[in-house]
Design a protein around this ligand. Structure first.
Ligand SMILES: [Zn+2]
Length: 166
């Protein structure tokens, strides 16, 4: 559950970024104290999400392995994190290398749909970082960054982020 002070889509994306940062330094996205620390820094503007993405880009350029299972088998494919049919803009930010097995298993789902609630902490950092950037851009474009419960289910959670998708 996001912290009680997470009230808008923007807050929620920062919260997810904070979990991403916690995962890279202490190896545990559920480390509450550390997540809170990074979240506050993002909210105050002391930390920029773009820093995380630069790190991702570096990682991405060096890595020739499946983003999901780390397989380095022959014939890796460019996989669309958010399926093309669900997104109006198709950019490089939406692509990672994936093995044929993972690509087929994921099929037409976005990462949160594929991993489900229980396994959401296992979504690879590179995938989550890119997903958050795309989602942030889409909400910005639609003017919904400062909205709350977009899917009207009574709570603000990651499932509200996907509302900008088709
Ligand atoms: Zn794979």
């Amino acid at each position: 559950m996001p912290h009680a002070s997470v009230k808008t889509i923007r807050d929620l994306i920062y919260w997810e970024y904070a979990k991403l940062i916690a995962g890279s330094t202490v190896g545990d996205r559920k480390n509450y104290g550390f997540v809170m620390h990074s979240y506050k820094k993002l909210k105050d503007g002391q930390m920029q999400p773009s820093n995380i993405l630069r790190e991702n880009k570096k990682f991405f350029n060096e890595e020739k392995a499946c983003a999901y299972c780390a397989s380095a088998e022959e014939g890796l494919e460019w996989e669309h994190i958010i399926p093309k049919v669900k997104i109006a803009i198709d950019t490089f930010d939406n692509q990672v290398l994936a093995c044929r097995g993972c690509n087929a298993k994921k099929s037409g789902r976005d990462p949160f749909e594929w991993y489900g609630k229980e396994r959401q902490y296992e979504i690879p950092r590179i995938v989550l970082g890119k997903y958050l950037k795309l989602i942030y851009d889409l909400h910005k474009k639609q003017g919904t960054l400062d909205s709350g419960d977009l899917n009207n289910d009574g709570k603000l959670d990651i499932y509200d982020l996907g509302v900008v998708l088709k």
